[in-house]
Design a protein around this ligand. Structure first.
Ligand code: SAM
Length: 306
């Protein structure tokens, strides 16, 4: 959704921009062109392998780009360290990148066998194997239900705990095969592989995906200049909901103090640029099937919160 991102960011020469999810640098390459030689681009990527590939690709832009090998939840602190207090534009293209799925060793795929890992950041301690082999049954039920919206969460958690008593889980395909046997088949209900929802839940848990997003959002709003824009692309309804609800509260803030006497809502702090989320075209989905669940939301800051 490159064109949509650029249209929504409406970049200008000299802008200070953030790409919070650099990946292999596809979006960053166009953003850096959009801000011209007087602009500055700060990029975050928690996976150092992706960062390295992107850095080579963006080499010609030299120190116009500042690379930060860290989680975007440290946005404000990391920008302050390099003397940046305000930004004009930001992109967060959430989730995983192609190498995560294609490289079996990263442990995200149940089609190609690899270790049950799923860490975006290989420096992190928590792996998917640790979650399935050590979390208490109630905790597994909770994350499968909350993050996977899996209706058989309780049963699956129980079966995992029974089985790990004798043999621990270690590989993605072995775990996916186990899930296929244990997840009851509901006629016409299960689209795709039965392990899909459980794998999604584990990935969200391992990378604390919802927590880091919740930590990020107020920082983005604070850092944006009035008139500045931010774009989010999410790939599952849970993260889309977090983004939508955060900005909805800024679009229709409940009045406080004197304002409350006259109206229920005070002036908005942001304007939504996408009344409905944008979705990829049919052509984009055929060229890149992984984009099929993408939803793009964009916002413009219109008032500072004091
Ligand atoms: C969908 S890809 C981004 C693709 C990128 N827009 C491009 O054009 O190549 C998401 C990337 O963001 C990284 N990522 C995900 N969550 C992150 C976080 N909380 N902090 C930093 N990087 C993150 C992932 O490691 C992955 O490389």
């Amino acid at each position: 959704m490159l064109n949509e991102v650029l249209e929504m960011l409406s970049l200008e020469d000299g802008d200070v921009a953030v790409d919070g999810t650099l990946g292999l640098g596809g979006h960053a390459l166009e953003i850096v062109k959009g801000i011209g030689v007087s602009g500055k681009l700060l990029v975050f990527e928690q996976d150092e392998r992706n960062l390295k590939v992107a850095k080579e690709r963006l080499q010609e832009y030299g120190d116009q780009i500042i690379y930060i090998n860290d989680n975007f939840c440290y946005l404000k602190t990391r920008l302050a360290e390099v003397g940046v207090e305000k930004i004009d534009a930001a992109l967060f293209d959430l989730g995983l990148s192609s190498p995560h799925v294609d490289d079996a060793e990263r442990g995200f795929s149940f089609m190609n066998d690899g270790p049950l890992d799923m860490r975006f950041d290989p420096r992190a301690e928590l792996t998917a194997a640790k979650v399935v082999n050590t979390y208490p049954e109630e905790e597994l039920t909770r994350i499968f239900w909350l993050y996977g919206e899996e209706r058989f969460s309780k049963k699956i958690a129980r079966k995992i705990c029974e089985r790990r008593e004798s043999v621990k889980f270690s590989s993605t395909v072995e775990f996916a095969d186990f899930l296929s046997q244990e997840i009851p088949k509901v006629k016409g209900k299960h689209k795709g592989h039965p392990a899909t929802k459980i794998f999604q839940a584990l990935r969200i848990e391992v990378n604390h995906e919802l927590e880091v997003l919740e930590e990020l959002l107020p920082q983005v709003f604070e850092l944006l200049n009035v008139g500045g824009r931010v774009v989010f692309i999410s790939y599952h309804s849970l993260e889309d909901r977090v983004v939508k609800q955060f900005f909805k509260a800024l679009e229709r803030p409940v009045a406080e103090g004197d304002d409350a006497i006259y109206s229920n809502f005070s002036d908005p702090y942001v304007e939504s640029l996408t009344k409905k989320p944008l979705v990829p075209s049919n052509e984009e989905v055929s060229a890149n099937p992984r984009s099929r669940s993408a939803k793009l939301r964009a916002y413009k800051k219109i008032k500072e919160k004091i």
